[in-house]
Design a protein around this ligand. Structure first.
Ligand code: DAH
Length: 338
């Protein structure tokens, strides 16, 4: 004889099996296992049973409840997976994906990195200084007297408080020597600013790589060797380098550096790419004064310095006709260097 509980179980399992959606399944759950559901009611019924019946019916009740609960759960799980596969079915996996555009380095950044890499091989470390400077670091300490034309308001961007935008990266020479005694071998890439009219070869913001080497017996021969090596690494082994006498307040002697290379477009012409020279003793003395020592004793130490025009170098290397292209952010231009 089947117990009424077994009958209930069979009814419940059939209903669960027939439930076509989550809602009918929930109705079945309430009907059989809800608070006043027909299986739950047997819990109360138990109290009325005799001692011999209680354990038997109790065990049966547990089995029935477990079987129905398991059936409910498995049916609900199958609804969920059906819903998921329906949702996935709506995704067209043959559609092209969303592409990520990978950027490229700006030609000036590429120039920067190539240059740093070459100087690193020669033992140069990187140095840095602020774009907003004071007159002392930009001019006085660099042996540039107050009447020098570079200090003119027509050439330099002055801030209302008397500070200025550095007109060259040579300021970093001073900051480096203030911070550490010799020997020094650094390069400092960065921006510089002058009140130039914007045209194909002039920009109020341009870029330089400053170099400074201070040690025992540093000579013009060392300067020439290092910069010739640099230019040949950059522009190719057949590059010719010329040093022409010039004047800078902070070097003596001073030399301008020109390059010419057949490997480059328009390579028949000498192009000026840097200023350089042997550090003027007056520069060491200005540094000593603020250091409060004689670390840069001009009798003991010598050094060379140079300032490379980065924009010019990049324009030569990549055959770029106009300095304004660097700052216009025109993707047709920039993509050519990707
Ligand atoms: N500061 C100079 C300029 O911007 C370039 C220069 C010349 C840098 C000679 C130097 C140097 O370090 O020794 O025109």
């Amino acid at each position: 004889m089947t117990h009424p509980l077994e009958q209930l179980r069979d009814d419940a399992l059939r209903e669960i099996d027939c439930a076509s959606d989550e809602q009918t399944l929930e109705t079945a759950r309430i009907k059989f296992l809800g608070k006043s559901g027909s299986i739950s009611r047997w819990g109360e019924e138990m109290r009325t049973l005799g001692k011999d019946q209680k354990p038997i019916v109790g065990k049966l009740l547990n089995e029935v409840r477990n079987a129905v609960t398991a059936a409910l759960e498995s049916r609900a799980a199958s609804f969920r997976s059906r819903m998921e596969s329906e949702a996935l079915g709506k995704i067209d996996i043959s559609l092209p994906g969303t592409t990520h555009e990978i950027g490229a380095l700006h030609p000036l950044t590429q120039m920067w990195q190539r240059s740093i890499e070459i100087f690193r091989r020669m033992g140069f470390a990187l140095a840095d200084g602020p774009d907003i400077e004071d007159e002392w670091h930009c001019f006085d300490a660099l042996n540039t007297p107050p009447e020098h034309p570079a200090r003119n308001e027509q050439d330099t961007f002055y801030l209302p408080d008397g500070r200025l935008l550095r007109t060259h990266t040579s300021t970093v020479q001073i900051r480096t020597m203030q911070a550490a005694p010799p020997p020094i071998r650094v390069i400092a890439p960065g921006a510089a600013y002058r009140r130039d009219e914007l045209d194909a070869t002039h920009s109020p913001q341009f870029h330089q790589i400053e170099g400074l080497y201070v040690d025992d017996n540093v000579s013009v021969a060392d300067l020439k060797g290092a910069l010739e090596f640099f230019m040949r690494e950059l522009f190719g082994a057949e590059t010719e380098v010329q040093f022409r006498p010039h004047y800078f307040p902070f070097t003596e002697p001073s030399l301008e550096i020109y390059v010419k290379s057949k490997a480059l477009k328009g390579g028949e012409q000498w192009v000026e790419v840097a200023g350089s020279g042997i550090v003027h003793p007056g520069v060491f003395e200005a540094v000593n004064k603020t250091r409060g020592d004689n670390a840069y004793d001009p009798e003991k130490w010598t050094g060379y310095a140079f300032g490379l025009g980065m924009d010019r170098l990049a324009m030569i290397l990549f055959d770029i006709p106009d300095i304004r292209l660097f700052a216009q952010n025109d993707l047709r231009f920039l993509r050519q260097f990707a």
